[in-house]
Design a protein around this ligand. Structure first.
Ligand code: FAD
Length: 371
């Protein structure tokens, strides 16, 4: 069986990797579009405190979180040692125990349901969060949980791509277009070449609607621009810092290797593919972030990344086959939580394409559902 995957973000890279494990001949095509979300994404993996509390999302996210460490270990075992995924814990900050009480209750609800991945939960008195994240305002209280992870999406994506290539997947650069015969997709065209396939997985993130539009198919996904600031602090072990999870504020921070701290992010719906950091976007991120962490005021402003979240009309993934078209599987719409969901959704896409029953029931995410 031959499968073409269009898009080598975290979802497509994972689909390609898992297809090789299922013994499929794989072509993976990517055009390195400016604003690919996986490069810009922050990397918070903490669905217990997501903005979205839709039970369909929560079920999928829990399975995705359970799968992450297993996949990270598998990549390490295959020699991918630069994959940067770690269970660093998370902190929600606020001004008083009263303000933080709903957060504690929400986490306890998951624990009562037996979801142990939330980890240990502890209420921190004013001043204590700063002991864990030294740049914070000393007047902040907090809730600490051990079950939050953070990932460098780009390192995970590269690990998956390398492992897929080692297992025989072929990676091509260029912009792919779907080719149809009757009501079936029969392959893709890229760089004036036609690659015939038994099935095509569209994992082209925010660009997925464009691909399907050429076949007169509608897909309810749009780009939502996110601007995220990368700061550098003087010599510090930033990679072990807990994630400052956005719950009471919409803004967050997380540390990575090489003294880097990410502060994010804007959520600009209706942005189109306008790939520009803007003065207003960066100002807002810094204003909100520095209010929580004034200790970062003297950090070096290293970089601003811009990415397009693939947002579906109802905020839930767009996943599965289309009733109207054979040979096509869509794996996108991962929105704000694509670095959390992407590796697992890639596994599900691979399973679906080869005719296996996916490890999670995804029928509620059908890409042609009414939105
Ligand atoms: C600022 C920001 C912060 C975020 N923070 C988090 C977070 O903390 N936690 C979390 O879980 N998620 C987060 N996300 C969301 C997450 O980054 C995305 O949902 C996820 O990366 C989407 O992955 P993807 O593979 O679907 O898309 P992408 O990574 O965008 O990949 C799509 C790929 O398809 C390629 N492509 C498009 N069209 C074609 C074509 N015709 N032919 C060939 N190639 C094509 C593009 O070049 C691109 O490489 C964040 C996103 C942003 C922007």
């Amino acid at each position: 069986m031959r499968v073409v995957v269009v898009g080598a973000g975290i979802a497509g890279a994972s689909a390609a990797f898992h297809l090789t494990e299922l013994g499929v001949e794989v072509f993976l095509i990517d055009n390195n579009a400016p604003g690919r979300a996986t490069l810009a994404g922050a990397g918070i993996v903490c669905p217990w405190l997501s903005h979205t509390q839709d039970p369909r999302y929560e079920t999928l996210a829990l399975a995705a979180v359970r799968y992450y460490p297993k996949l990270a270990k598998e990549l390490a075992a295959s020699g991918e040692n630069d994959v940067d995924y770690d269970l660093v814990g998370g902190l929600v900050v606020g001004h008083s125990a009263k303000e933080l009480d709903p957060v504690v209750r929400r986490l306890q609800k998951y624990l009562q349901l037996g979801i142990e991945e939330v980890g240990k939960v502890r209420l921190l008195r004013v001043g204590e969060p700063r002991e864990l994240f030294p740049y914070l305002d000393p007047e902040l209280a907090g809730v600490y949980l051990t079950g939050a992870a953070r990932v460098s999406g780009e390192s995970f994506r590269i690990g998956l791509l390398n492992a897929a290539r080692k297992a025989g997947a072929r990676q091509l650069s260029g912009t792919a277009a779907l080719r149809q015969s009757g009501n079936a997709v029969i392959g893709v065209e890229v760089a004036e070449e036609f690659i015939a396939a038994d099935a095509v997985i569209v994992a082209a993130g925010a660009w997925s609607a464009e691909l399907l539009r050429a076949l007169n198919l509608q897909l309810a996904v749009e780009p939502q621009r996110g601007q995220i600031v990368h700061l550098k602090v003087a010599e510090a072990n930033t990679e072990a810092l807990p994630v400052i999870v956005p719950v009471l504020s919409d803004y967050y921070m997380l540390g990575f290797r090489n003294s880097r701290i990410l502060m994010g992010a804007t959520r600009e719906s209706g942005s189109g593919f306008d790939f520009r950091p803007t003065a207003g976007g960066v100002a807002k991120v810094l204003e909100e972030g520095l209010q929580i962490a004034p200790g970062l005021k003297s950090a070096t402003l290293e970089e601003v990344r811009v990415g397009f979240r693939p947002m579906s009309g109802d905020g839930l993934p767009l996943f599965g086959s289309l009733a109207s078209t054979a040979g096509l599987v869509v794996a996108t719409g991962l929105g704000r939580y694509g670095l959390t969901l992407g590796p697992y959704v890639g596994l599900l896409a691979a399973q679906l394409v080869v005719g296996q029953t996916p490890s999670s029931d995804c029928s509620c995410f059908r890409p042609d559902r009414q939105i």
